[in-house]
Design a protein around this ligand. Structure first.
Ligand SMILES: [Fe+2]
Length: 343
């Protein structure tokens, strides 16, 4: 059997207090208080479904007590008692959140009706509150599910991108070891510039993925041993754009996109795809440009033999401020470069 509803009766006069107890005690659990302070103690101790309180009491009057009770337990229904059917006080009580008012002396049926109405309203508001809490939980778990699904999609996408990198490796054997060394040089340059761990992480991802767009370049152009004709070079020049397009759907690679897109810009604005100049080129892209070129110069390419470390240094100095950011040339000159490499 459900527990009986709990009702608190607050009146400084014994007569009305006991009258209400007699009317209600067969149906409900009743507690009584002689003044506002006692009532607040009761309310602090336990939860009541309904409070019936006199408007005129010494000390804390009914209107103030009503406000306090609503502050402590907003769902608790309150019925006011008044000696006169004063529209003004009744209106004030209702304005402060009381459900209704009873006039002394009490009419038994009216008291039971008003109390029942209050308890029904209390039960309904609790039900609505419970439903709202349930909905909030459902909402929260849906949000978590969406977040998890989105992370999964991104992870799968990244796996796809990684397998694309592997596919390019297969297409152009130069690319794989080149990519690993570009990562290494980029990290050395980033550390020399004092980049944070987070910035180095972004730079590392960009270095891994910088040539991902070569997947869109025909194999005969990628593997061509002779110098490229302008039309072929135009195709090659698309790879940063294609690469940026490939990784742009991956939210956690958002900072990597612009580095990949601009890794062939030149410091003097003569690069591609956008001809960006100086510090308008993202720092990560300026770093990759140097790391990329240093490794290319140290490697035997189809159209040029590997340079010595001294030749690489000379070339870096020659292109400082034109192809490369001068501060990165200074950093690169401090790097301990491996001597001539045979790939
Ligand atoms: Fe590239």
């Amino acid at each position: 059997m459900a527990e009986p509803s709990r009702i608190l009766v607050v009146d400084d006069e014994l007569g009305p207090r006991e009258a209400l107890r007699l009317i209600l005690q067969d149906h409900y659990e009743i507690a009584t208080a002689q003044n506002g302070h006692q009532a607040l103690d009761h309310l602090a101790d336990r939860e009541f479904d309904l409070v019936i309180m006199d408007i005129r009491m010494p000390g804390i009057n009914g209107i103030d007590l009503l406000a306090e009770a609503k502050k402590k337990a907003p769902d608790t229904e309150v019925v006011m008692i008044t000696a006169y059917a004063s529209v003004e006080t009744a209106a004030s009580a209702l304005r402060h959140g009381a459900l209704d008012y009873l006039i002394k002396p009490f009419d038994r049926k009216l008291v039971l009706d008003v109390v029942q109405k209050g308890l029904i309203r209390r039960a309904e508001s609790r039900k609505i509150k419970g439903r709202l809490e349930e909905l909030q939980l459902v909402n929260q778990s849906l949000r978590h599910e969406i977040e998890r699904a989105s992370i999964n999609i991104q992870r799968h996408y990244l796996e796809t991108v990684s397998s694309l990198v592997a596919a390019i490796d297969a297409k152009d054997s130069y690319t794989k070891s080149h990519q690993e060394r570009v990562v290494m040089f980029a990290m050395l340059l980033g550390a020399e510039l004092g980049l944070s761990a987070g910035e180095l992480g972004v730079l590392q991802q960009a270095a891994v993925l910088h040539d991902i767009g070569k997947i869109g370049v025909p194999e005969q152009i990628l593997r061509k041993p002779e110098h490229l004709i302008p039309e072929e070079f135009d195709v090659i020049k698309q790879h940063p754009v294609i690469g940026a397009e490939i990784i742009s759907p991956v939210r956690f690679l958002s900072e990597v996109v612009s580095i990949v897109l601009h890794h062939h810009e030149r410091f003097n604005g003569g690069g591609y795809p956008d001809g960006l100049k100086g510090e308008l080129i993202p720092l990560g892209a300026r770093i990759l440009a140097v790391a990329d070129a240093v490794d290319a110069m140290l490697s035997n390419r189809p159209y040029a033999p590997a340079k010595t470390v001294a030749q690489v240094h000379e070339e870096l100095r020659r292109c400082s401020g034109t192809q490369f950011d001068p501060q990165l040339v200074r950093a690169a000159l401090k790097m301990d470069l491996p001597s001539r490499r045979i790939r």
